[in-house]
Design a protein around this ligand. Structure first.
Ligand SMILES: NC(=O)c1ccc[n+]([C@@H]2O[C@H](COP(=O)([O-])OP(=O)(O)OC[C@H]3O[C@@H](n4cnc5c(N)ncnc54)[C@H](OP(=O)(O)O)[C@@H]3O)[C@@H](O)[C@H]2O)c1
Length: 316
């Protein structure tokens, strides 16, 4: 099979399109014929070597953490899937060294779910990692419920788009930060209000919207967003980071609970997300599609930090 491989950590020049042996499914795994692979910032963070020490995968490494495709083979002990089934999955961090930027990928069946019927493969490939991050932030950690007020930093990105959509589906009031050019896009996802983080005082604008502070703040941007989150959340509310650490002393002073979420692959939760998509309650963000051979260009596009929605590689 063809795959995007790195032999050493570094820039886009390290990414090679190479022939590798097809993966075979171990017990509890499925092999997926990849149709599209989703791109996430973690892909270039892995490639650059920024996650060394956290994840010590052996090199060479096949990049790619999100997949949509068809079941090609089942390993021993796998039930509930059949060859040809359209499925999607997050492969991070459950498949060391075997990534989705390839014609085939072996994935634990526990990370796989049937693909939403209303999505094509490109749109489905953009869902798993970003949507699971939001699901785990909002439901496993923050306890999202109808009537909550939710603030989303970086609302136009992959995670932010799902955060707005999933929070609205839950019956929350939702506001988030955007640059001016993405305001209409994020309002179109259902956001009740947007704040231009470049042109406005974000904390003051958030306080005008919800004077006593938001129940839940998701920091899907780093930098200023972390400190701002502690001032935007209400005392007793929760600020969830997926990007960096909050200042513990400031959090205590504000009376705001804090949490870090490191997304984990989860086929059961992905199935719940698929059901919301098929019910028309959660929207999959728009995708820009690159051919597999242009994976390096796609990752450099992701690294600009300016992507609206999702980037996807078409593999077949
Ligand atoms: N811990 C975890 O498990 C986990 C999981 C997923 C993602 N992450 C991390 O979370 C971050 C977001 O991921 P993603 O997939 O959503 O990335 P992304 O799709 O690349 O996000 C791009 C978006 O971020 C917006 N943005 C950039 N800087 C901003 C800022 N300072 N304030 C507000 N918006 C800003 C941009 O909007 P404008 O062009 O309008 O500025 C753009 O639409 C990344 O650092 C990623 O590595 C962590």
């Amino acid at each position: 099979m063809k795959a995007i491989v790195i032999d050493s950590y570094g820039g886009p020049e390290r990414m090679q399109l190479r022939e590798l042996p097809d993966p075979r499914p171990s017990a509890g795994e499925v092999v997926i014929d990849v149709v599209c692979a989703g791109i996430n910032p973690v892909d270039w963070k892995i490639r650059d070597g920024a996650l060394r020490g956290y994840y010590d995968w052996p090199l060479p490494l096949v990049l790619g953490c999100d997949v949509a495709g068809r079941i090609a083979a089942l390993g021993p002990g796998v039930a509930g899937f059949a060859p040809g089934d359209p499925v999607f999955a997050c492969t991070f961090p459950v498949v060391p060294g075997s990534g989705a930027f390839a014609e085939k990928v072996a994935v634990p069946a526990s990370a796989v779910a049937p693909m939403p019927k209303r999505l094509d493969f490109a749109a489905a490939a953009g869902v798993p990692l970003a949507a699971l991050t939001v699901w785990q932030s909002f439901y496993d950690v923050a306890g999202l419920a109808a009537g909550d007020t939710v603030f989303v930093h970086a609302a136009a990105g992959g995670v932010g788009s799902f955060a707005v959509s999933i929070a609205k589906a839950a019956g929350a009031y939702v506001a988030g930060t955007v640059s001016a050019g993405n305001a209409d896009y994020v309002r179109g996802l259902g956001a009740d209000a947007v704040i231009d983080y470049r042109g406005q005082d974000v904390v003051a604008a958030a306080r005008r919207l919800v004077p006593h502070g938001f129940n839940i703040v998701l920091a899907a941007a780093a930098g200023d967003a972390l400190a701002q989150s502690l001032l935007i959340a209400k005392p007793g509310g929760i600020a969830v980071s997926i990007t960096g650490e909050f200042d513990a002393a400031s959090a205590t002073a504000q009376g705001v609970r804090t949490a870090w979420v490191g997304m984990e692959a989860n086929g059961r939760q992905l199935g719940l997300i698929a059901a919301l998509i098929d019910a028309g309650k959660v929207a999959a963000p728009p995708t820009a599609v690159f051919p597999l051979a242009e994976a390096a260009r796609a990752l450099e596009t992701s690294k600009t930090g300016r992507v609206r929605g999702k980037l996807v590689l078409r593999v077949r």
